[in-house]
Design a protein around this ligand. Structure first.
Ligand SMILES: [Zn+2]
Length: 110
């Protein structure tokens, strides 16, 4: 009889979700993805650990706030990882607002 731990789930903060409380990201149950990482059973985000998820998010997400990026990078560094000093993909909030449909205000029609 062989014993495996491949079906062991674990709970950890999910770095892939937007709905953070003031204390941080929501804690979700994660299941092994078969490649040494874990997949969030709530949203499907894959991370090897909380700090690994933070590092991945630093590298792959488009950031709109340098403060938010630096806070996430600090989480990754706390786990011994080395995210870039500056976000690889950075789009200031003003630029993303410009890309959105214009507000329907009478002044915009003038
Ligand atoms: Zn999740």
């Amino acid at each position: 009889m062989s014993s495996t731990a491949t079906d062991a789930r674990m709970a950890m903060p999910c770095m892939g979700e937007d709905e953070w409380s003031t204390s941080g990201p929501p804690v979700r149950p994660f299941a092994p993805d078969g490649n040494g990482e874990y997949v969030c059973t709530y949203c499907g985000w894959i991370q090897g650990s909380e700090t690994g998820g933070a590092d991945e998010l630093c590298r792959s997400a488009t950031w709109h706030s340098l403060d938010a990026y630096r806070a996430m990078a600090a989480r990754a560094r706390a786990g011994g990882l080395a995210p870039p000093a500056d976000p690889p993909y950075f789009e200031p909030a003003a630029a993303s607002a410009a890309a959105a449909p214009p507000p329907a205000s009478p002044a915009a029609r003038a």
